[in-house]
Design a binder for this molecule. Structure first.
Ligand SMILES: Nc1ncnc2c1ncn2[C@@H]1O[C@H](COP(=O)(O)OP(=O)(O)OP(=O)(O)O)[C@@H](O)[C@H]1O
Length: 576
C-alpha cells in the first residue's frame, strides 16, 4: 500500500525529507538544552561563576534560536509537502477513475469513490504530515532523552526502565481497542455519503413524494452511526491522559525521592536533578505522542488501503495492443452473445443473434429489466460481453481503439446529464472544434434550436450543474444534439425522448433520417409510436431476443408486441 501511495509524492519528496532533517536537528538541540541548563545551575549559579553563566547562557540562547529556526522551517515544509502529496494523490485517483469501465465503478460504487477521493485522502494527508514531523520528533525525542538521562545519572535513569514499559503497555491497550473503532467510522462515511448524494440528486423526487421525514431519518441514522462509533473511540483514547499523568507523577515522586538521597550522598548535583525532571517530561510526553501517532497512522492505514485499492484496480476494459483507429461503417453483428454483470451468476443477456446494416433505424422494445439498455451498452464497450462475438463495422469490437470506438458510437443514456457551462459549451462536448453553424445544425435536428433561441442569451445561456435550469424534455433534446455533433456512425437513443412530446419526437426522428442517412440509429423506447417506423424492431423478453421484424410483421405475428401496441393505442384513445 505504502509503495503505491508513495508514487504520488513526486516533486514533494525533497520537501518532506527536508522537514524530517530539520525536525531531527531541532530535537537533538532540544534534548541537549536541559543538560546545558543543569551545568549552568551546578557550575555557574552554585559556584557563582558569572563568566560561566554568560558563556553558556549565550550558547544556550544561540542553540534555542537555532532549534526554533529548524522548527519553523519544518512547520513550513511539512504542510506544504503533505498538501502537495494529497493534491497529487487526488489527481492520480481522479485520472485513474476516468479510465474505469462501468464494471469497475459498479464494484466500488459512486459514493465510495467520493469518500475515497475526499475523506480518505485527507486522512492520508494528516498521516503524511505526521510522518514528516511528529512521527520523527517523538521517537527521536524519546531516544535522545533516554540517552541524555543515562548520561546525567545512570542509576537515577533506571527509574525510566520501569516506568516506560508500564506506560507503553497502557498505551498499547488503548490503541488496541480504539483502532478497530476508527476503522469502522470511515466505513460509515460511505453510507453517509450515499444518503447525501441520493438526496441531493433526487431532491425533486423527495419533494414531490413528500419524503423529507424519511430522508431526514436516513441521514440521522447514518450520522448518528458515525457519532456513536467516534465517541466510543474517543472515550477509549481519552484514557491516554490519566495513564500518562499517573506515570508522570510517579516519575516526579521517584525522581525526587531517589534524587534527594543521591544529592545528600554527594552523588548528584541539584542542576542534574532539574535536568532529569526535564528528561522525564520529554520521555513520557513523547511516548504519549507516539501513541497518538500510531492511532492516527492506523486510521490512515485503513484510508490508505482504500485509496490503494482504487489506484491498483485495473480497468476491466483496455485498449488492444494494435488497435484499429478507423471504423468503416455502422454495421453491427451480435453472434451468440451472452452477458452477466460482474461475477453474478444471473445471465442478463442470453444467446443474442442480431445483424444490423449501416444506416438502418432499429427500434428496441420490451418490459423493464428485459435487458434493452444492457444490450446497447455492449456496443461502445461500456461493458464487455461474456461470451460470443460482437462485430462493429465488420471488426471485433475488442480490436478497436477505445477512443475511436466511443467517438463513433454516440449514446444518449436514459439519464444523460448536462454540465455547468453555456448551452454551446455543453453541445461542444460532442465536438470541441464544431463551428457555430454545426452547433446550430445539430440543435435543429434535435429540435432544440427553437427553445434555445427563446432564452435571452440563446446558445450562451448558462446551464446549471446537472442541467437543473432546463426542463426534462429540453435536457433530453440538448443531450441528443450533443451526441449528433460527434457525427457518429452509430447513434443510440436509450429512452432518451421519454420527456419529449410525441410530435416533437417525430420531428427528431424525421430529422435523424434526413440529416444522418448513413448513421445506424438504435432507439430504445417504451412507446411503440416512437419506433414503429423503424426498419427492424427487436422485441426483448427476459434477456433474450423474442422476435425481430417490422411493425406490421410484429403486429401480425407477435403476441407480446401486439398486446403492448393495443394497450398503448387504447390508452392514447382514452387520453384524447
Ligand atoms: N449495473 C448493474 N449491475 C447489476 N445488475 C444490473 C445492472 N444494471 C442492470 N442490471 C440488471 O440487469 C437487468 C437488465 O437491466 P436493463 O437496464 O438492461 O433493462 P432494461 O430492459 O433496459 O430496463 P428499463 O426499460 O427499465 O431501462 C435487470 O435485471 C437489472 O436489474
Amino acid at each position: 500500500m505504502i509503495r503505491i501511495l508513495m508514487r504520488s509524492i513526486r516533486e514533494y519528496r525533497k520537501l518532506a525529507f527536508t522537514s524530517q532533517i530539520l525536525v531531527a536537528v531541532e530535537v537533538a538541540i532540544e534534548t541537549f538544552i536541559p543538560f546545558l541548563m543543569g551545568n549552568i545551575i551546578d557550575y555557574g549559579i552554585m559556584k557563582k561563576d558569572m563568566s560561566y553563566i554568560t558563556k553558556y547562557g549565550i550558547l544556550l540562547l544561540a542553540m534555542t534560536l537555532f532549534s526554533l529556526a529548524c522548527g519553523a522551517g519544518a512547520s513550513w515544509a511539512a504542510p506544504h509537502a503533505s498538501a502537495g502529496f494529497a493534491a497529487n494523490l487526488r489527481h492520480d485517483m481522479f485520472y485513474h477513475i476516468q479510465d474505469f469501465s462501468f464494471s469497475n465503478i459498479d464494484r466500488f460504487s459512486g459514493s465510495s469513490l467520493v469518500t475515497r477521493l475526499t475523506t480518505d485522502v485527507t486522512n492520508v494527508q494528516t498521516a503524511f504530515q505526521m510522518l514528516t514531523r511528529i512521527a520523527v520528533r517523538a521517537p527521536l525525542l524519546l531516544i535522545f532523552s533516554i540517552i541524555m538521562a543515562f548520561k546525567v545519572n545512570s542509576s537515577l535513569a533506571m527509574i525510566f526502565v520501569f516506568l516506560v514499559p508500564l506506560l507503553t503497555i497502557a498505551l498499547v491497550l488503548v490503541i488496541h481497542f480504539a483502532r478497530p473503532l476508527f476503522r469502522r467510522v470511515f466505513q460509515r462515511y460511505d453510507v453517509l455519503n450515499q444518503v447525501v448524494r441520493e438526496n441531493v440528486r433526487g431532491v425533486e423526487v423527495v419533494k414531490t413524494y413528500v419524503r423529507h421525514d424519511e430522508e431526514i431519518n436516513k441521514f440521522k441514522q447514518a450520522s448518528q452511526g458515525i457519532a456513536e462509533v467516534f465517541t466510543k473511540a474517543q472515550q477509549i483514547m481519552s484514557l491516554n491522559g490519566p495513564a500518562m499523568m499517573l506515570v508522570l507523577n510517579s516519575a516526579v515522586i521517584l525522581l525526587s525521592w531517589f534524587g534527594a538521597k543521591l544529592i545528600v550522598g554527594g552523588q548528584l548535583q541539584t542542576g542534574q536533578l532539574v535536568s532529569m525532571y526535564a528528561y522525564s517530561n520529554a520521555i513520557l510526553f513523547s511516548l504519549n505522542i507516539l501513541a497518538m501517532v500510531f492511532t492516527q497512522l492506523s486510521i490512515s492505514q485503513a484510508s490508505g488501503d482504500r485509496i490503494a485499492e482504487v489506484l491498483q484496480d485495473q480497468s476491466t476494459i483496455t485498449n488492444p495492443k494494435h488497435p484499429l483507429k478507423e471504423m468503416a461503417n455502422g454495421d453491427i453483428t451480435f453472434k451468440h452473445v451472452n452477458f452477466e454483470y460482474g461475477d453474478s451468476p444471473k445471465p442478463i443477456l442470453q444467446d443474442i443473434n442480431l445483424t444490423i446494416k449501416s444506416g438502418q433505424v432499429i427500434g428496441i422494445i420490451g418490459e423493464t429489466g428485459s435487458g434493452k439498455s444492457t444490450l446497447v451498452q455492449l456496443i461502445p464497450r461500456l461493458y464487455d460481453i461474456s461470451k460470443g462475438k460482437l462485430l462493429i463495422g465488420g471488426h471485433n469490437v475488442h480490436h478497436y481503439d477505445l477512443r475511436t470506438l466511443r467517438d463513433n458510437v454516440a449514446m444518449v443514456l436514459q439519464n444523460s446529464i448536462l454540465f455547468s457551462g453555456t448551452i454551446a459549451d455543453n453541445l461542444r462536448w460532442g465536438d470541441e472544434h464544431a463551428t457555430d453553424q454545426q452547433v446550430i445544425a445539430a440543435a435543429k435536428t434535435a429540435q432544440a434550436d427553437g427553445f434555445i433561441n427563446e432564452f435571452a442569451e440563446g446558445y450562451q445561456t448558462r446551464v446549471e450543474q446537472g442541467g437543473t435550469n432546463v426542463s426534462g424534455g429540453q435536457q433530453q433534446r440538448l443531450t441528443i444534439a450533443r451526441a449528433l455533433l460527434k457525427k457518429p456512425k452509430i447513434l443510440i437513443l436509450d429512452d432518451s425522448t421519454s420527456a419529449v412530446d410525441t410530435q416533437t419526437e417525430q420531428s427528431i426522428r424525421e430529422g435523424l433520417r434526413r440529416d444522418m442517412p448513413n448513421t445506424t440509429k438504435i432507439i430504445i423506447s417504451q412507446r411503440i409510436v416512437s419506433i414503429q417506423d423503424a426498419d427492424q424492431i427487436i422485441v426483448m423478453d427476459h434477456g433474450k431476443i423474442q422476435d425481430i421484424g417490422t411493425h406490421d410483421e410484429l403486429v401480425l405475428r407477435n403476441e407480446l408486441y401486439r398486446d403492448i401496441y393495443h394497450y398503448q393505442q387504447q390508452k392514447a384513445g382514452e387520453n384524447d
